[in-house]
Ligand binder design. Structure first.
Ligand code: BES
Ligand code: MN
Ligand code: ZN
Length: 483
């Protein structure tokens, strides 16, 4: 999508749809009033009214976009309105969308552009037979801005965010025959062109480090497990203590020997969404040259049943030295994170660590499909994450780490076992990871509920991979940890 900020007076290109914001209850006169009355359009949030070639404009179509009451119309509202306008005309055959906002200030104009960028994301590389008339026709968006230079400057960090989100969504959408651990590693290695430093460890290196927990998960796969380490040193002091992010990257989760039912198993291609979000975060930090030192660690494995796969009852030794009895090979994400989180704090001594993982079905049972779960051993970190999640529209709900549940993962023969049973399944999974944090300030985001949406109810998020986590972490870093 080509984005341009233009003056209101600039002539409309041919084949343009013009989008105009309408507040709830605003009077529309003449033919527009008639059209609204004939279609139940009242300006309510999310409503659109598409009017063909109206008299008095050069536009081929006029799209009225309802945004509710003026006092509820904030930056996210602008994004959603722009995204809804795009949705209304994307396959109309017209090629340009021009958006007029009630306030043509640079910040909101930039947010409108972001809304269209996010809404126009599409993963269509494997469609070879889609008829042309079904494909989106809008290739350019013009946002009217009072000062187009200022708007373009305000859009720069948001364009970096949109690029990063496309990167994350692509990774999450890719099928597992294409995106296996080494391929994921190659794609993050390519981010070095943005100025990131990327190291990739393979199985021999992880063996040396003693990562028996992570390696046990990948043991049944013909694909080699990988650990990717991404670094962005943007702070004035390149040696300053970094902040750190760790992602679960299970490129496919069959469940292993504790195999999952066939129904819906295809969803487990996106069991690497935590790692993809961390990669996307590092992408945007580099893309907008954030003034922070940050580390991203991705634990990349494939969980397969095989003659060589790990068995229920096996005991593995993690890098921390702690031993783990495997009760269920489908509780593999925590085993990957155990070593990735330990490695992170051991090597980088970060200010804090945040891990992201599509960790449990239980978080979906607890919170439904709109909220991710936030576990934290540090109040400031938790508050910063929740505040950023609200600002960015990536809902997050604080969950408890009750000390009395810790014994649920004690094992009879090892230091711990990898499941604590069904009750509180997302909580005991978090408490398992907590045992590998070594007391470092830490938060765990269980994003099994939010990484993939079908159908999506948010206009800036097309069906499928959401990229959940990139926005909220980027916001938290920008507001609390830069400079
Ligand atoms: N990747 C799954 C969790 C998941 C489920 C993500 C649904 C997205 C949608 C995870 O590895 C898993 O299998 N968890 C088990 C844990 C259980 C065996 C203790 C679960 O949630 O059932
Ligand atoms: Mn699993
Ligand atoms: Zn999994």
């Amino acid at each position: 999508m080509d984005i341009e900020f233009v003056a209101a007076a600039q002539a409309l290109p041919a084949k343009t749809a013009l989008a105009r914001i309408v507040f709830e209850g605003a009077a529309l006169d003449g033919p527009l009033g008639q059209a609204a009355a004939a279609s139940r359009f009242t300006g309510g949030k999310g409503q659109t009214l598409d009017v063909l070639a109206p008299a008095g404009t050069e536009a081929a179509r006029l799209v009225l976009v309802g945004v509710g009451k003026p006092d509820g119309f904030d930056a996210l509202g602008v994004e959603h309105a722009a995204a809804s306008a795009y949705g209304a005309v994307k396959a109309s055959g017209l090629t340009t969308l021009r958006i007029e906002l009630p306030d043509a200030g640079p910040e909101l104009a930039a947010r409108a552009a972001l809304g269209v960028r996010l809404a126009s994301y599409r993963f269509d590389k494997y469609r070879t037979k889609e008829p042309a008339e079904k494909k989106p026709s809008i290739v350019k968006t013009e946002v009217v801005a009072g000062d187009s230079t200022a708007a373009l400057a305000a859009f720069a960090p948001l364009a970096a965010l949109a690029d990063a989100l496309s990167f994350t969504r692509d990774l999450v959408s890719e099928p597992a025959n294409v995106l296996y651990p080494a391929e994921f590693a190659r794609r993050v290695k390519a981010l070095e062109t943005l100025g990131l430093e990327v190291e990739i460890l393979g199985e021999p290196e992880m063996m040396k480090l003693g990562m028996g927990s992570l390696l046990g998960v990948g043991q049944g796969s013909i694909r080699e497990s990988q650990l990717a380490i991404l670094r962005w040193n943007g702070a004035a002091d390149k040696k300053a203590q970094p902040i750190a992010f760790v992602g679960k990257g299970v490129c496919f989760d069959t469940g292993g020997i504790s195999i999952k039912p066939a129904d819906g198993m295809e969803d487990m291609k996106w069991d690497m969404a935590g790692a993809a979000a961390v990669a996307g975060l590092m992408h945007v930090l580099a893309g907008r040259k954030a003034k922070v030192n940050a580390v991203g660690i991705l634990g990349l494995v494939e969980n397969m049943p095989d003659g060589n796969a790990q068995r229920p009852g096996d005991v593995v030794t993690s890098m921390s030295g702690q031993t783990i009895e495997i009760i269920n090979t489908d509780a593999e994400g925590r085993l990957v994170l155990a070593d990735a989180v330990w490695y992170c704090q051991d090597r980088f001594k970060p200010k804090f660590m945040v891990d992201l993982a599509t960790l449990t079905g239980a978080i979906i049972v607890a919170l439904g499909n709109d909220l991710a779960g936030c576990y934290a051993n540090d109040e400031t970190l938790a508050a910063n994450l929740i505040a950023a999640s609200n600002t960015e529209g990536e809902p997050l709900w604080r969950m408890p780490l009750p000390a009395q549940y810790d014994k649920n993962i004690d094992s009879m023969i090892a230091d711990m076992k990898n499941t604590g049973g069904r009750p509180g399944g997302s909580i005991t999974a978090a408490m398992f990871i907590q045992r590998f944090t070594n007391g470092v300030p830490w938060a765990h985001l269980d994003i099994a509920s939010t990484a993939w949406k079908k159908p999506s109810s948010v206009p800036t998020i097309p069906d499928g991979a959401t990229g959940y986590g990139v926005r909220l972490l980027n916001r938290m870093v920008a507001e609390k940890y830069e400079g």
